[in-house]
Design a protein around this ligand. Structure first.
Ligand code: URA
Length: 290
């Protein structure tokens, strides 16, 4: 199909807008021409309608599926994208998640279980599961919100720009991925990096809780407000909640937990690094052998 230069410009502007908005993956296998779709709908609306007025004045009322409704020519529909697998309602999916997660005896079993779990809609739009990185035996565990584009491609948490910053923050207190274990509350990338919905988070929560229980760290660090709200139940914003030691009940024991700014926030607001530096020093002190 050849396009006029103005059409090409418009399409490239639309594409650029989508990329800037974070929409960098097609969700359907088959492209849907929305322009043709709306043109067909307009044509259907403009088509002459059968004269119902006089007929309804004398004739008994017709059932809804009467031929009069069929008099409007059917608009040609573009081919529909393939149907997504059927999903359980969110409450049921969360219950299934709780039961499944509780039954996982090891981190590897939990990962395999998540690979098979069909209850979270994000699984069907993400490229792959992003389970964890680092050392599951480490005393320090950090949990972010959800994978972004780079993580979705590599299958590991915090490998993009904010991950590189996280590595530098860890290095500043003498840690790296061999001495820290890293995961996310939600292990699949939300489309376009949008915030996971409360339902998606509720479905994933039993899995990250079990992951923390099985990893059994001595200190938990929540990276960013959403992680802290989900795991520590904080109601305050992260600016108020960060840097305060709290308790996290793993299900087996209670461990110290701290919320701090998310590295992605620090990339936008470098002034926050001063506070995170303080938080990381507190983590280092907490993990020092007595
Ligand atoms: N942000 C997160 O919260 N997690 C990642 O893995 C990457 C970016």
């Amino acid at each position: 199909m050849s396009l006029a230069p103005t059409e090409r410009d418009i399409l490239s502007d639309i594409l650029a807008f989508h990329v800037e908005a974070g929409v960098d993956a097609a969700l359907g296998e088959v492209p849907v021409d929305r322009f043709a779709e709306s043109a067909a709908e307009q044509a259907a609306r403009a088509a002459p309608r059968p004269a119902l007025q006089s007929a309804t004045a004398t004739a008994p009322a017709e059932p809804r599926s009467a031929p009069a409704a069929r008099a409007v020519p059917a608009a040609p529909r573009p081919s529909a994208p393939p149907a997504a697998p059927e999903l359980a309602p969110p409450d049921l999916a969360a219950t299934e998640a709780r039961e499944a997660a509780a039954a996982a005896p090891t981190l590897e079993a939990l990962r395999e279980l998540l690979e098979r779990f069909e209850g979270c809609p994000l699984k069907h739009t993400a490229t792959r599961l992003v389970f964890a990185d680092g050392n599951p035996q480490a005393r320090l565990m950090l949990v972010g919100e959800a994978p972004g584009r780079d993580e979705d491609i590599e299958g590991k948490p915090f490998v993009g720009r904010s991950g590189k910053l996280l590595d530098r923050m860890l290095a500043a207190i003498g840690f790296d991925r061999s001495s820290a274990y890293i995961a996310n509350v939600v292990p699949w990338r939300p489309p376009g990096n949008r915030t996971p919905t409360p339902q998606e988070t509720a479905i994933c929560l039993p899995f990250i809780r079990r992951q923390i229980e099985l990893a059994n760290p001595d200190v938990l660090v929540c990276l960013g407000g959403p992680s802290a709200q989900t795991l520590l139940g904080i109601k305050d914003g992260i600016t108020k909640a960060r840097g305060r030691w709290m308790e996290y009940d793993t299900g087996t024991r209670t461990i110290p937990a701290l919320a701090t700014f998310h590295p992605a926030y620090l990339l936008r607001t470098p002034l926050g690094k001063r506070m995170v530096w303080r938080d990381f020093l507190a983590v280092e002190a907490r993990l020092k052998p007595d």
